[in-house]
Design a protein around this ligand. Structure first.
Ligand code: GLY
Length: 374
């Protein structure tokens, strides 16, 4: 088992990573249960795995009723938040209890937010089941739902008490989802860890094929990187945590253009966004062109979109920049961008001229139609 500590003073916790952990969840969680039930919030996609989790909890005497929600981004809503809160209150949840979020980023974000407001804040455990949630959203305490005004606009920082990661859960995840999650893995190399980017170049194929050692190493390394960054800037106030948003501003525009739909998954938008962030940095003379090309080549090699064309985006630069203006990272009328001086040398730039970004995007090869991704 790999244990990664997340050092946040009184809110510190650990991330446990081990193949097969699902079947050992009961023993892993017994110390938190304290004789109380541990309700589970999950979605339809996890129906096959849920009995394994519940059997393991029951075997050590932990009662656990499960609330099974519809899968998909639409579940991060006021309606489902109310449903989760009402259901947990009916089950008699108390402030010291631990709710288990068993699912991908949607379930983790929704359950974490519900836990942050129930009884003015109760405990929760993240049990992420997608690569994206294992290496990013389950660690660091960002929780949220979407509102009519945009994604993740209503939420709270609320750290979990423990994160349990079983890489074997990825065996049943659609390959497209695994690939999309991989974008957030390689992100850590691009941000500030050139050696890890080189590791990704050498091992991505094995990782995506399901090689256990490559998968576990990539998850542990990514979680450790995230824990370090979150430990330095829990609430994204110093700019350090903002580095985790590499590719997300460009990506957000592409996701908005495709209606935050299955046409472009979040990780696919991030992959294209990271390639664009490097291409823009090279275009501005900030970063060697060969670094930008190397990033794009790797993203292409793993089957992720490396720009507007591969993402099937035909919209004008002006339209894409308009989408960016609705990004929640807007502050005092300016939009901070993550740019790069090279691979592993990302920094936050608050002086980027949006008209210049629009012109850059207009000059990019673009897609004629939406690409179908198997
Ligand atoms: N996914 C970005 C963050 O957790 O800060």
């Amino acid at each position: 088992m790999t244990v990664v500590p997340v050092a946040l003073g009184a809110r510190s916790y650990e991330v446990w990573i081990e193949a097969g952990l699902l079947a050992r969840a009961g023993p892993a969680l017994r110390h938190l249960a304290n004789g109380r039930a541990m309700p589970i919030v999950t979605d339809e996609n996890l129906r096959g795995h849920l009995p394994v989790l519940q059997a393991s909890l029951h075997a050590v005497g932990i009662a656990s009723e499960a609330l099974i929600l519809p899968p998909g981004e639409g579940t991060k809503s006021w309606t489902q938040l109310a449903a989760v809160c009402d259901c947990l209150l009916e089950q008699g949840v108390e402030r010291g209890d631990h709710i288990i979020a068993f699912g991908g980023g949607v379930i983790g974000d929704l359950t974490g937010f519900a836990a942050s407001i129930l009884k003015r804040g109760c405990n929760f455990v993240q049990f992420p089941t997608t690569l994206l949630s294992q290496v990013d959203s389950s660690v660091g305490g960002k929780t949220a739902i979407n509102s009519a005004a945009g994604k993740n606009l209503v939420g709270a920082f609320h750290q979990p008490a423990l994160v349990l990661i079983d890489p074997d859960l990825l065996d049943t995840l659609p390959q497209r989802q695994v690939r999309a999650g991989y974008a957030e893995v390689v992100k850590y190399g691009l941000i500030d860890d050139f050696a890890f980017f080189e590791w990704c170049e050498a091992h991505a194929e094995a990782l995506l094929r399901g090689d256990a050692a490559a998968r576990e190493y990539a998850i542990a390394h990514s979680v450790a990187a995230k824990a370090r960054i979150v430990g330095e800037d829990e609430r994204e106030t110093t700019g350090k945590r903002a580095l985790l948003n590499l590719g997300h501003t460009f990506g957000h525009a592409l996701e908005a253009e495709t209606g935050f739909s299955d046409k472009l998954l979040h990780g696919e938008g991030v992959a294209a966004g990271m390639a664009l962030a490097f291409a823009y940095s090279a275009h501005k003379g900030l970063c060697p062109g060969q670094d930008a090309e190397r990033v794009a080549a790797h993203i292409r090699a793993v089957g992720l979109p490396d720009g507007l064309k591969a993402a099937g985006i035909a919209a004008s630069g002006t339209r894409l920049v308009e989408h960016m203006l609705h990004d929640k990272k807007m502050a005092s009328g300016t939009l901070p961008f993550l740019l790069a001086r090279g691979i592993g040398q990302t920094y936050l730039d608050k002086t980027v001229d949006l008209a210049d970004v629009a012109a850059f995007l207009d000059a990019q090869p673009r897609g004629a139609a939406c690409v179908h991704r198997p």
